[in-house]
Design a binder for this molecule. Structure first.
Ligand code: 5GP
Length: 188
């Protein structure tokens, strides 16, 4: 496979997107997760080179200068996330399609650059109130970070219509099946 396909998952933080992505990756399909680079420190049990490539803000800026990213974003103030070109090349060299778990702007940036090759899926939480509940249960954020995430969520929801497909994550098992069917159909 010289160049495979892109399957993008974007959603407000706490919408259950990561659970859906993990479920998809657990299937025996030729898919691999695109490990993003980020300038934020690891959280909880996150592992370097598995969840993210954790790099310093200075390294991140150096990679931007080198034009090493397909897309990158200052997702939260002073916190950068991006997809390295080398990561996509690595996955394609292993005959797999690339699965992204990235923010809404990044997802749309990839769709814009590779419209035919990309399936962009927006995972919608049932409501902002439910989102807040899930984020509070997760207990990984400070009150300030939580506030930032909720504000961003409301903004991100307005971009949903620009995605190819929207999956409402109201009932996890149903949403898992829906995602699997969409992706199987897309990769053929
Ligand atoms: P978290 O800090 O919760 O891991 O991620 C925060 C946000 O950054 C999430 O919405 C996540 O999807 C997004 N994100 C992760 N990697 C990338 C990336 O490579 N590019 C962009 N644009 N967003 C990303």
């Amino acid at each position: 496979m010289k160049s495979g396909k892109f399957i993008v998952f974007s959603a407000p933080s706490g919408s259950g997107k990561t659970t859906l992505v993990h479920h998809l990756l657990d299937q025996k399909l030729p898919l691999q997760f695109s490990i993003s680079a980020t300038s934020r420190p690891p959280r909880g049990k996150e592992v370097e080179g598995k969840d993210y490539y954790f790099i310093t803000p200075a390294e991140f800026q150096a990679q931007i200068k080198k034009d090493a990213f397909i897309e990158y974003e200052e997702v939260y103030k002073d916190t950068y996330y991006g997809t390295l070109k080398s990561e996509v090349a690595r996955i394609w060299s292993q005959e797999c399609h690339v699965v992204f778990d990235i923010d809404v702007q990044g997802g749309l940036a990839i769709k814009k650059q590779y419209p035919e090759q990309t399936l962009a899926i927006f995972v919608q939480p049932p409501s902002i109130a439910e989102l807040e509940k899930r984020l509070r249960q997760r207990k990984t954020e400070t009150e300030e970070a939580l506030k930032q995430r909720l504000e961003k969520a409301a903004y991100e929801l307005s971009f949903a219509p620009q995605f190819d497909r929207m999956v409402v994550n109201d009932e996890l098992e149903r949403a898992k099946k829906e995602v699997l069917a969409l992706v199987k159909d897309f990769i053929g």
